[in-house]
Write a protein that binds this ligand. Structure first.
Ligand SMILES: [Zn+2]
Length: 175
């Protein structure tokens, strides 16, 4: 039996988290590792991009992190509708969004894109996080000379960001 496994058996039955239980919130053992994205849960936060050593792999509880659980069930809290100026910008917009998600995930793995689909010239992006939706909208606005507007759903508080990007031909030259 490996040292890691013995340690994990010893830990069994001890409460590692003494904070009061929160309704509907899943509690995780410290450390836990997400079976899907390899995010590590320790000291009450999920982090991604940490290198797992064999000790950690032995002793960690393998779970599904909140971000992956949400993504799996299609649950979202942010939505970004991006109207592309023309078809030539599609790939660039998609790449920019993927980049924003990647950066967000290094510190906050639970913030991720649930889906992104083109519907004619509008890209419909669903995210697990309002903050991520906001960041995506701002980045696209900045990179593609767009205009972002934000509103929240009265029903469930979901953030809706609409970004319209100007056509390069009609854009006013500032300089
Ligand atoms: Zn995960």
């Amino acid at each position: 039996m490996s040292k890691g496994l013995i340690r994990s058996l010893d830990r069994r039955g001890t409460r590692s988290d003494m904070s009061p239980p929160v309704a509907r919130k899943q509690t995780f053992r410290d450390p836990s590792v997400c079976d899907r994205c390899a995010a590590v849960y320790s000291a009450k936060v999920w982090r991604r991009g940490r290198r797992l050593d064999h000790v950690m792999m032995d002793k960690a509880a393998w779970v599904i992190c909140p971000g992956c659980a949400q993504a799996a069930s299609g649950e979202y809290h942010g939505r970004v509708l991006i109207e592309a100026p023309d078809d030539t910008k599609r790939d660039a917009i998609a790449a920019r969004i993927a980049n924003v998600e990647r950066r967000a995930q290094t510190t906050q793995p639970e913030r991720k894109i649930v889906s992104s689909e083109w519907n004619k010239k509008t890209l419909d992006v669903l995210t697990t996080s309002q903050k991520l939706a906001h960041r995506i909208a701002r980045e696209v606005e900045k990179a593609f000379h767009g205009n972002a507007r934000f509103s929240w759903s009265d029903d469930d508080g979901t953030l809706l960001a609409r970004v319209t990007c100007a056509r390069p031909a009609t854009r006013k030259r500032v300089r």
